[in-house]
Design a protein around this ligand. Structure first.
Ligand code: FAD
Ligand code: DHB
Length: 391
């Protein structure tokens, strides 16, 4: 097999890259280790930045998203049993976020690629990259009992944090920056109507809690937990008790309960590899960086990376210019580090640090009062939350 760009991973990064390249007339083949059913049903992110929605709209991918997604113009920060609204749209010249589940984005992207004759090879295992320092790299893989290879001009490593692309860069040629957090998130999906018109980020002495949504009948809730805890330790009654405590509000508001049909625990880390290029291999999305989910940035960063990468590859193929490709890593790292910092800042402001001393909580409350009373501080939060320009 031969293609111009071999793409490893059919997550948001790999699928969108393939779509954007096709719009520039550049061929690609996506290799995905899981099945189509699996990638279309994995529950993950839910918040799309304005720039992500704009890009999906401009490239013909947003028909269902615009119909079924929920546009939110603000979020609530809740602490001291009181809610404080951050007017996202009022503080950012009308920008907003859209709540639309990541696996719905995946379904839309897979359908768009396959309808356009794009190639996605599912259940492709034992992927191995070869000749990355040459101008003709090869991707080797296995489907069932059949070993195959793809000759390419470039390889895009879009295979997430646990993929094989980043480890294909020699250790001496990369630097990895990492922070692990001593807490994680317990996430649930609930059959219930929305509890609130906007997302609620709650900072409580017992720990963080987040009220999000999926539809008029399904809600998404998270609360801070020990990342080593087990789902089995959290029967439904204990979950509702904890959420009630952390989300308590002086105005008598209570979270709407319902049948919990999915539970999971997510560990949290900040991670960046530099650079995102090695020869003809370019990393994008979670393969290159991870943020703790508090700022809702991961999926959006993956989108921003591949937008820049697709433009740079287009410059190569349409004009023979390689400067944009050579600058790819430097270009995307500026936005990556801004999002990394924002996600760390939101996380630090809102979570309970298990071994935090009393002064830590006082600092958090001072910060929360600052962002909910200072126009400048609220604007900083809003600008980052709705998303900075994607270059
Ligand atoms: P992935 O989605 O991880 O896709 C990588 C793909 O590569 C996978 O399909 C995988 O199967 C495949 N793969 C892996 N290894 C190989 C291999 N060796 N060979 C072939 N294929 C391989 N982000 C937001 O922006 N907003 C949010 O609200 C948000 N909330 C989140 C909530 C949770 C609970 C979690 C877990 C994450 C959240 N994120 C959020 C982060 C977001 O989900 C990720 O940043 C996003 O999925 C990154 O996309 P990606 O394409 O880079 O990687
Ligand atoms: C969701 C996830 C997030 O990480 C976040 O900050 C807000 C909402 C969600 O899954 O709905």
């Amino acid at each position: 097999m031969r293609t111009q760009v071999g793409i490893i991973g059919a997550g948001p990064a790999g699928l969108l890259l393939s779509h954007l390249l096709a719009q520039h007339g550049i061929s690609s083949i996506i290799l995905e280790s899981r099945s189509r059913e699996e990638i279309e049903s994995t529950i993950r992110a839910g918040v799309l930045e304005q720039g992500t929605v704009d890009l999906l709209t401009q490239t013909g991918l947003a028909e269902r998203l615009l119909r079924e997604g929920h546009v939110h113009h603000g979020i609530e920060l809740r602490f001291g049993n009181q809610g404080h609204r951050i007017d996202l749209s009022g503080l950012t010249d009308g920008k907003a976020i859209t709540v639309y589940a990541q696996h719905e984005v995946i379904k839309d992207l897979v359908k768009a690629r396959l309808d356009a004759g794009g190639q996605i090879l599912f259940d492709a295992t034992d992927v191995r990259l070869d000749g990355l320092e040459s101008t003709a790299p090869t991707v080797h893989f296995r489907q069932g009992t059949k070993f195959q290879s793809i000759a390419c001009d470039f390889v895009a490593g879009c295979d997430g944090f646990h993929g094989i692309s980043r480890p294909s860069i020699p250790a001496a040629l990369k630097t990895e920056y990492e922070r692990k957090y001593e807490f994680g998130w317990f996430g649930i999906l609930v059959e219930a109507p929305p509890s609130s018109k906007e997302l609620i980020y709650a900072s409580h002495e017992r720990g963080f809690a987040l009220v999000s949504t999926r539809s008029d009948t399904v809600q998404r809730l998270y609360f801070q937990c020990d990342p080593k805890d087990a789902v089995a330790n959290w029967p439904d009654e204990r979950i509702w008790e904890e959420l009630d405590l952390r989300l308590a509000s002086d105005d008598g508001w209570r979270v709407k309960q319902g049948r919990i049909f999915q539970k999971g625990i997510i560990a949290m880390r900040s991670f960046v590899v530099e650079p995102l290029q090695y020869g003809r291999l370019f990393l994008a999305g979670d393969a290159a960086h991870i943020v703790p989910p508090t700022g809702a940035k991961g999926l959006n960063l993956a989108v921003a990376d591949v937008k820049v990468l697709a433009q740079a590859l287009d410059r190569h193929y349409s004009a023979g210019h390689n400067e944009a490709l050579e600058r790819y890593s430097e270009t995307v790292l500026r936005r990556i580090w801004r999002s990394e910092h924002f996600s760390w800042w939101m996380t630090s402001m809102l979570h309970r640090f298990p071994d935090g001393d009393p002064i830590q909580r006082r600092f958090q409350l001072a910060e929360l009062r600052n962002v909910t009373t200072s126009h400048a501080a609220a604007t900083m939060l809003a600008e980052n939350y709705v998303g900075l320009p994607m270059v």
